[in-house]
Design a protein around this ligand. Structure first.
Ligand code: C2E
Ligand code: CA
Ligand code: CA
Length: 520
């Protein structure tokens, strides 16, 4: 609303509900955004791990391809004494990439090696996974350096190629961004640090991916340790996280402002009720045939000390939602009774006074007694109180409600259905509330001269009113042409700027006097 920005916020009186709502507004973007971010980052990390493990498998495959080549060629030299073949073996070992040494064994006994020449020591066959590949933490030559051992077996003899573990360690450490990668051969595994373990493969985190070589009996696992996902989110998606926090802050700010302004509005209206700032304006209701002023509709205005005169559409809906409409109407009715009682001598007898009531108020217990008190301010037969029922929300015509309407009738009050033809007021309401009057909304009147549709709607309302024996008031008459048309159609009562805009009581009394004098 235009005018509430000037109201000062009151300090230090946040309610628990207010704080909860603001906190919720703050955390909602984070609550929705973080899981999505978490899930997406998890997927991204998994894809990285997949790529890393596949790439590592391919690299190790191509290293081992050299071992195949060296061992297959060397196998042609089997069954010859070591002294005859060791030279050829040494040449082969030094000219093949990655190969450190070649060894030949027969029936589990090593008899020739490129390092020691002729030898005689047992070959430990347990190391070999599927008889082909072994990952060892070291050998006699280099006990502290991992080696990969490839065996080509032909019956009882085998040719063995050793590959320095450093090549693989370099591979595992090749890219800083890749996840922790582990080479696994049977029950042995080696990580980035180059240490060979013979334990169950360690947990590599949720985002770990596994790839096996098709050619050789080994596999590779790539994954992330604890906290890697969080670190990834914090480094990669910090701007997005910041945006979520900012969004939360923004929505918390907006919700806080809204809640504050609603509370300010409530406080402001309560203050205005106490200070009698809600004042009635009166708009005449005129007989269509004689042009006599037979009544007036009371239309509230808020005479705000700073904002000036505020029209009802700016605060009535809020008052209806907050329940403040009830004390406001009570005060307004008291004021109307006082103001009109003061000028009652100039009022014609049976003067209709229309008061706007919203549906929720109809259920109020003391509305009937308020109406009685209102009527008690005037001599019998002086005024006719009409409650104009405005329909912003549908009301359910419960038994209790009908009982209340009965009490109002006993108090001598008439019921008018306001804005008939728009909103929820319909035929049902007419029957349930035993209305006495129909007020045709000014949107229909605006169209009657030019629009066939408005004319049709008007005609059907008139037909209905005749059948139900109801009086009709047409609102929003702005031209003589409209007034004439409606008179011709048999509408009894008219209201609109053509006769007078809503005015304060003094002006109303003056206009009423002038009108009477002009007529006589
Ligand atoms: P409403 O009951 O339909 O009142 C008629 C509205 O039409 C008034 O607007 C009036 O000033 C305006 N009007 C009258 N003649 C003409 C005309 O010839 N041409 C045009 N264009 N407009 C005309 P207002 O005073 O701004 O009131 C707006 C609405 O606020 C009212 O509509 C009514 O629903 C509500 N309202 C006003 N006072 C009260 C009140 O004390 N209590 C409740 N619950 N509602 C009220
Ligand atoms: Ca009205
Ligand atoms: Ca209306």
């Amino acid at each position: 609303m235009l005018w509430n920005h000037k109201f000062k916020f009151r300090k230090n009186n946040y309610t628990a509900g207010h704080i909860i709502v603001v906190l919720l507004a703050f955390s909602t973007p984070l609550l929705i955004g973080t899981p999505i971010l978490y899930w997406q980052s998890g997927k991204a990390l998994y894809r990285k791990a997949q790529t890393a493990s596949r790439a590592t498998v391919n690299h190790v495959d191509s290293i081992l391809d050299n071992a195949i080549e060296a061992t297959e060629e060397s196998s042609l030299l089997l069954n010859k004494p070591c002294s005859e073949i060791v030279e050829a073996l040494r040449i082969k070992a030094t000219t093949t990439s990655f190969i450190r040494s070649l060894i030949i064994s027969d029936q589990g006994i090593v008899y020739c090696s490129t390092v020691y020449g002729e030898a005689k020591r047992p070959l430990n066959v347990h190391y070999f996974h599927r008889d082909r590949l072994a990952l060892l933490s070291g050998n006699i030559v280099t006990p502290d350096r991992a080696i990969l051992v490839y065996q080509l077996k032909k019956n009882d003899t085998s040719v063995i190629a050793t590959i320095d573990g450093l090549h693989v360690i370099q591979l595992l450490n090749s890219n800083e961004m890749t996840p922790e990668t582990t080479l696994i051969v049977g029950s042995y595994w080696m990580g980035r640090d180059g240490k060979v373990h013979n334990t169950v493969v360690r947990e590599a985190g949720k985002e770990s991916a596994y790839a096996s070589s098709i050619k050789y009996p080994f596999s590779v696992q790539s994954g992330y340790g604890k906290g890697a996902l969080l670190e990834y989110i914090l480094t990669r998606h910090l701007p997005l996280l910041a945006l979520l926090v900012a969004l939360g802050g923004l929505s918390a700010f907006a919700v806080n402002r809204l809640a504050m302004s609603a509370r300010n509005m409530t406080a402001e209206i309560k203050r205005a009720i106490r200070n009698n700032e809600f004042m009635p304006y009166y708009q005449p209701v005129v007989r269509s045939d004689t042009q006599e002023w037979i009544g007036a509709e009371v239309l509230v205005r808020w005479a705000h000390p700073i904002e000036g005169l505020i029209p009802p559409d700016n605060f009535i809906p809020f008052m209806e939602r907050s329940g403040l409409i009830i004390p406001m109407t009570t005060g307004l009715m008291e004021r109307v009774a006082k103001e009109l009682a003061a000028i009652q001598k100039s009022l014609p007898d049976d003067f209709h006074i229309g008061i706007n009531i919203s549906s929720a108020q109809l259920a109020e217990e003391d509305l009937a007694s308020q109406c009685r008190q209102f009527l008690e301010q005037f001599p019998a037969g002086k005024v006719q109180l009409v409650l104009e029922l405005t329909e912003r929300e549908a009301i359910e015509p419960t038994e209790e409600l009908q009982e209340r309407v009965g009490h109002l009738r006993q108090a001598g009050v008439q019921i008018a259905l306001d804005d008939f033809g728009v909103g929820h007021s319909n035929l049902n309401y007419l029957q349930e509330f035993h209305a006495d009057l129909l007020k045709i909304d000014r949107s229909f009147v605006a169209g009657i001269i030019n629009s066939d549709l408005s004319q049709h709607v008007l005609q059907s309302i008139i037909d209905l009113a005749i059948r139900l024996n109801l009086k009709i008031v047409a609102e929003g008459i702005e031209t003589q042409e409209q007034a004439d048309y409606l008179l011709e159609k048999g509408i009894h009562l008219l209201q609109g700027y053509y006769f007078s805009a809503p005015v304060p009581v003094e002006t109303f009394a003056d206009l009423l006097q002038k009108h009477k004098t002009a007529k006589s």
